[in-house]
Write a new protein. Structure first.
Length: 162
């Protein structure tokens, strides 16, 4: 299992690069939305899809950590929320926390938004309701990237020591 830590560390870094690309695409869609009166609904759809994909990518990373390191993926009805909480726990005999409580709380907003996107028609989206997610995205990504990079570095050290 420890030999898989190096693979996981590299996978986390790859997914962080993919998330960074989503941030750039989201910014482009926001600029287009703000500076174009024509087809704003299409740019709003793009923003919403990128916000959805952001959390989906984060959850992919967390599911890999849960599977490879924790050897336990949540299976409850609320497994999306449980997985997020699991990543904020310090599992002393297994691993330190992957994300801080602050990051958990911020990401939970994106998790809930992803659920909304999966259950409504895009023509019901309103920019005022997703504006806070848009504004906080760069800051949250910086914090998440730092925490996941630190965790990846720890995985590298563990894999090299055994």
């Amino acid at each position: 299992m420890i030999k898989n830590y190096k693979i996981l560390a590299d996978r986390i870094r790859m997914e962080l690069n993919n998330l960074e690309k989503l941030i750039v695409r989201t910014k482009r869609a926001i600029n287009a939305y703000e500076y174009t009166s024509e087809n704003q609904d299409l740019f709003l759809d793009s923003i919403a899809l990128n916000l959805h994909d952001f959390y989906t990518g984060v959850e992919l990373i967390f599911s890999k950590v849960a599977t490879v390191v924790d050897a336990k993926m949540p299976t409850t009805k609320e497994w999306h929320r449980d997985l997020l909480i699991q990543m904020s726990l310090d599992l002393s005999t297994i691993r330190p926390k992957v994300i801080s409580q602050e990051t958990l709380e911020s990401l939970d907003d994106y998790r809930r938004f992803r659920h909304v996107i999966r259950n409504i028609y895009s023509f019901n989206l309103e920019i005022t309701r997703i504006q806070p997610l848009i504004e906080r995205l760069p800051e949250i990504f910086i914090q998440l990237k730092q925490e996941l990079s630190d965790f990846s570095d720890l995985l590298d050290k563990i894999s090299e020591s055994r």
